[in-house]
Design a protein around this ligand. Structure first.
Ligand code: EPZ
Length: 419
């Protein structure tokens, strides 16, 4: 049976929705549970396909995992393996985040390179060169990475690019390195700060998370952790883009407004009325939005690449032309062809997309190309005139928990069906 979304577009969205826990925070935190050889209680864990993949890797390693609603309890006292087989690694690209913690816990690790994904080749050279600098022996053997800790010691690591995953892997591996590790030009994404908070609660001596220099004093012992995952800023940005495209009045709860400041700013410039409170964002978009200012995706705190596709869906209906420049991934305009099937006017040239807004999109049968591209197609279908069918929605389920239910609660006409 193949699942798809049946969408009848054209209704304005209104109401309030609670933003779930961040996918890109819970994944490195689940990997970090390997470090403390004990109990990890993690609250606000969204039920996502990627979280299930991470849980499968943890149980393969010998951890015990229980889910109680939105809480995951991971018992990592018995980690009996230090390898992750290809099938598990290939379920999600970010499984490379297990490299650092397994190496730190077991002194060695063997995992297959996670391979590329829809967004591009997704190299991990920054991860591997950093582990080598910390003293690990790293060998590549036919698509497998084998690392041995040897005599790892803390030292300064300068990242040529503020890679999120590489920053996280270094933080996790450095907890087992005697002495001080400084990560210079570290990624500043809020998820890094959330991971730091988890590690500190476990007993790590680490500071600077969320800034471009992070300092870890390794060799500390870890204990039981209880942590609540931060709100998902990309899920929040997705709903804001949906409100801009479908018009209407949406209130987002349990969200961190400053985490999505660039998204709020761009949509406000396009004519949306957005108000923020401590953990709430309200957007009103009664009329057709005007063309957006040029969108450059950048490392945090710049505009997030993970919200680019969703914003493009809104730009398709704007009055005027919007220029997107995707600076982070090689291939993140893949949903544009499907948007064109719905009547969008998009021209792609390398890392630039030119979107000429149209008055109306028309429902069509479309296929998700990747997680955020799929989220963009849902937005376009909800805003389009007529019926759409959205296939390959397993991409969307990787990063959103029952997204159709959130939109239904906002008045969207969307159903998950099987054929
Ligand atoms: C994280 O991926 C996120 N995933 C991505 O979210 C997000 O798009 C990305 O950060 C950027 O913010 C998770 O946190 C699980 P990077 P990551 O390392 O760590 C290049 C989503 O939709 N690079 O910062 O893989 C890489 O090719 C996902 O939720 C190297 O060249 O991102 C890319 O062009 C998609 N060598 C750029 O850096 C390396 O060793 C950004 O990658 C590592 C990365």
């Amino acid at each position: 049976m193949m699942s798809y979304f049946a969408v009848n577009g054209g209704t304005q969205l209104s109401g309030s929705v609670r933003v779930n826990g961040a996918k890109n925070s819970v994944l490195p935190i689940l990997a970090a549970t390997i470090l403390n050889a004990g109990e990890n209680i993690i609250h606000n864990c969204t039920e996502l396909r990627d979280v299930q993949s991470a849980v499968r890797i943890l149980s393969h390693l010998g951890c015990g995992i229980k889910r109680q609603g939105k809480t995951l309890i991971v018992d990592s006292s018995t980690v009996s393996r230090c390898d992750v087989p290809e099938a598990l690694m290939r379920e999600m690209r970010s499984s490379v985040i297990f490299l650092g913690p397994i190496l730190a816990r077991c002194g060695q690790v063997r995992l297959s390179t996670p391979g590329g994904c829809e967004l591009g080749p997704r190299p991990i050279d920054l991860h591997l060169s950093a582990l080598k600098k910390l003293g690990a022996e790293v060998t590549l053997d036919g698509g497998e990475i084998i690392c041995r800790a040897g005599s790892m010691r803390g030292r300064d690591i300068v990242l040529s690019f503020p890679s999120v995953g590489a920053t996280e892997n270094i933080m996790l591996a450095a907890t087992a390195c005697a002495g001080q590790t400084r990560i210079i030009n570290a990624a500043r994404e809020p998820e890094i700060e959330d991971l730091q908070q988890f590690l500190r609660t476990a007993g790590a001596c680490i500071s600077g998370g969320g800034k471009s220099e992070i300092v870890i004093e390794g060799g500390r012992s870890f204990g039981r952790v209880e942590h609540t995952v931060m709100p998902d800023r990309i899920e929040a940005a997705t709903y804001l883009c949906a409100a801009a495209a479908c018009r209407g009045h949406i209130e987002l709860n349990s969200v961190c407004p400053q985490h999505i400041a660039t998204v709020i700013s761009i949509l406000s410039d396009a004519g949306c009325d957005i108000k923020t409170a401590q953990n709430r964002v309200t957007i009103r978009s009664a009329d057709r939005i005007s063309a957006l200012p040029p969108v450059q995706t950048m490392p945090y705190p710049g505009f997030p690449t993970d919200a680019q596709s969703q914003l493009m869906a809104a730009a398709c209906l704007a009055e005027g032309t919007t220029v997107f420049c995707e600076n982070i991934f090689e291939n993140r305009f893949r949903q544009s062809g499907e948007l064109v099937r719905m009547g969008a006017r998009i021209k792609i040239s390398g890392k630039t997309a030119i979107v000429d807004g149209v008055r109306e999109l028309t429902g069509a049968s479309v296929r998700c190309t990747d997680l955020r591209g799929g989220a963009a197609l849902v937005i376009a279908a909800l805003a389009a005139k007529g019926e759409s069918r959205i296939y390959d929605i397993e991409h969307i389920d990787r990063g959103y928990e029952k997204i159709e239910q959130a939109y239904m609660s906002l008045g969207g006409n969307i159903l998950r069906k099987e054929e």
